[in-house]
Ligand binder design. Sequence first.
Ligand code: ADP
Ligand code: MG
Ligand code: MG
Length: 882
Amino acid sequence: MAKQVYMFDEGHKDMKNQLGGKGANLAEMTQIGLPVPYGFTITTDACHSYYQDGKLVNTALKDEIIQALHQLEAATNKKLGDKETPLFVSVRSGSVVSMPGMMDTVLNLGMNDLTVEAQKKLTGNGRFAYDSYRRFIQMFSNVVLGIDLYFFENRLDQLKEAKGYISDPEMTEEDWIELILSYKDLVVKHTNQPFPQDPIEQLMFAIHAVFDSWNNQRAIIYRQLNRIPDSYGTAVNIQSMVFGNTGNDSGTGVAFTRNPSTGENLLYGEFLLNAQGEDVVAGIRTPQPIAQLEQILPDVYQQFVNASLLLEKHYRDMQDIEFTVEQGKLYILQTRNGKRTAASAVRIAVEMAEAGIISKEEALLSVEAEQLNQLLHRRIDNKADMIILTKGLPASPGAATGKVVFNSDEAQAYHDKGEKVILVRPETTPDDIQGIIAAEAVVTSRGGMTSHAAVVARGMGKPCICGVESLKIDTQSKRFVVRETTVNHLDIITIDGDTGSIIVGEVPMIEPKNSSHFHQLLAWADQEKGIDVRANADNKEDSLKALELGAEGIGLCRTEHMFMQADRQKVVKEMILSSSTQERKICLAQLLPIQQGDFEEIFEVMQDLPVTIRLLDPPLHEFLPDKEELLIEVTAMRITEPDSTLLKEKELLLKKVQELSEMNPMLGHRGCRLGLIHPEIYAMQAEAIFLAAITMHQKGIHVKPEIMIPLVGHSNELKIMRKLVIDTAEAVLAKASINMEYTIGTMIEIPRAALTAEQIAAEADFFSFGTNDLTQTTFGYSRDDAEGKFLQTYLEQNILTENPFRVLDKEGVGQLVEIGVNKGRSVKPELKTGICGEHGGEASSIAFCLHAGLDYVSCSPFRVPLARLAAAQATIRRQAIT
Ligand code: ADP
Ligand code: MG
Ligand code: MG
């Protein structure tokens, strides 16, 4: 039979699975010589047996417990229940991972009518002895016997009132004795049994209660919320008591070794004089800041400083420590790695590495990559007073204040007037792109974390809240209603994309500032990482942001956003509506200098860094008005103004829209299919790129354009498009008498392209895996439909463990990426490979890309720091394995 009970000097910190986090750390601290009251831990395996045996502590375990108790008694020179030198213990639960809200601790166990007298005699302090006894009855009755604390508090209040006292310290020894009688009477009333006097019985009862607490309602819910396996079980710690309530040279407290919100290297915490552990949490009295301990008990303070330095060095991390002082002597009762904000995590990592406590690699691994996101966005000042109107899904972080508008045209119009606006829509579509760009933030009443609004806003680093179902939007009369509150057009609201809260009016904000620590940590990350990080950027602003946040180039410059900008929408529309190629070419000629300007702006910012430009990808109807809306408009006009020329125009437009409309646009006439049918469009884009590059060369900026053809599924498609780009390039370059290196590559986003990558590679200088479309085509899901209709259920029922549009599906889609890279490199070893799309900014997907041997990942500018850190972490972890 395996050992089920460990004395504190038999365990160590790596035994969390058996001893629970608390038990393993109590053992570790005992081993390194810290003043920890002695005790023992019952393992999580014993908890499993308890449940297997039908909630019974079997005799083998009982024997082990009694034996451990004897060892504890021998070590402390005290005996549980002894009427001269009684031992008192605490019974503390402790799971593998910390689970607040599972079981409360029982302190002072072993107290009864005899031992309380002994304690009085030993300490010469009857008031203290009886206070400890009444605390025990109260805790035990609540935690173990399940009697509501309210009844006890009520009796205490009644007695104090009868005596004319205001606070507990006025209670005398006799008063506590009187209260104990009243408490005992309460216990009989509720359980029909007298309060248990036998200390062994008390102990066994308490152990049962800890095991039972593993399956109480709040513990089960907490586990579900935090994805903690039910199979862990809880350990039980039995520890000899130290008393913080013996007088003013005693007390209790909790402290972090560094500030958990700022990371400052200063003890941060609180203590209470003359109190027991639970009092600090209970909030009965207001604790004092830890710094004041230095004045009150300088000697104890120094002991604590030393202990905290030792613990930090030993655990190589910031610690969260519980302590108690008994008559001027310090005891450590718990330590664990402290929870902290992102800002604090970064500062602590850097400062601990600089102080030589941890290595740079450990510093990099200690910050959760996803957390960095918090640091790049403006946040609501939590100290501010505010009334939260309602909540939705926190789809994109950051906070914003602005006037409410209900459509994209208005967003644009008010933005142009210099107003800050928040776009509120039932949902957004690609038509809303201008509105989203113009708005400070976006709110939608429908859609999830990966709806159009969410994806676009995240890409732009704008706050966004989705799926606010309580929001009843009336776009017609321009207002929304949440229960009784109505918010009108142009009213001011504030949104918090970190929590999903919508607040009426303005709220104070904290601006993001990237500390020197942040830059230092990322500089270390850049030294480590074995994969480049680029950004997706379509314009000058995004490019500037990308550079500022450390991108090493642009991995995806989408040209469709350029077509959607207001100043060119008219020509773009004419181009699409052209009835002949000739007509279309005239429009394209007008677009050419505009496109050239777009590229020049981006090249100018990126200088010599690589920029991958993707030729037009979406189907043409995306640039035209919505079919249904247009139909309604035309129908109405046929009645109101049947002879107007405007109607003629609209009818023509409608006809074209109907012609272009597709059954399934995602799989329709888009990407290179567009370039093959209308080569003049791609030719114009290629010309614009080379003209822009020539301008740069003349300025001494040596751009090497990377031109990317989207949606290739067959090598012949790429062959023709490649020739088109080369012919165009050569003509333009010859005319300017300039030589220039350039590359032509393709997106790999159709399974067939990955599977025939040898053939495709023959025509390509680089591959960029478009994992969004590749996920759609591999799963056969259209993203919007999947996320809108069934994906949530799939996740809830564990059919899929992650949303494959957020976290790369390594098994399926990832396999295609690997096939693509390997087959491609088999014929072209120097083939450059990368991934663009949201996955390029997600930590586990980045690790996958590193292992698959890709040269770079590309993600939205705001996720670049996260990607740099995640790339470094994946590289360090890989080195650790090999
Ligand atoms: P939690 O996990 O809820 O923090 P703990 O088991 O850590 O519960 O205990 C609650 C409080 O009781 C803490 O303040 C702790 O320091 C104190 N405490 C626990 N055991 C002892 C003991 N043997 N002597 C003195 N105080 C104790
Ligand atoms: Mg604790
Ligand atoms: Mg695509």
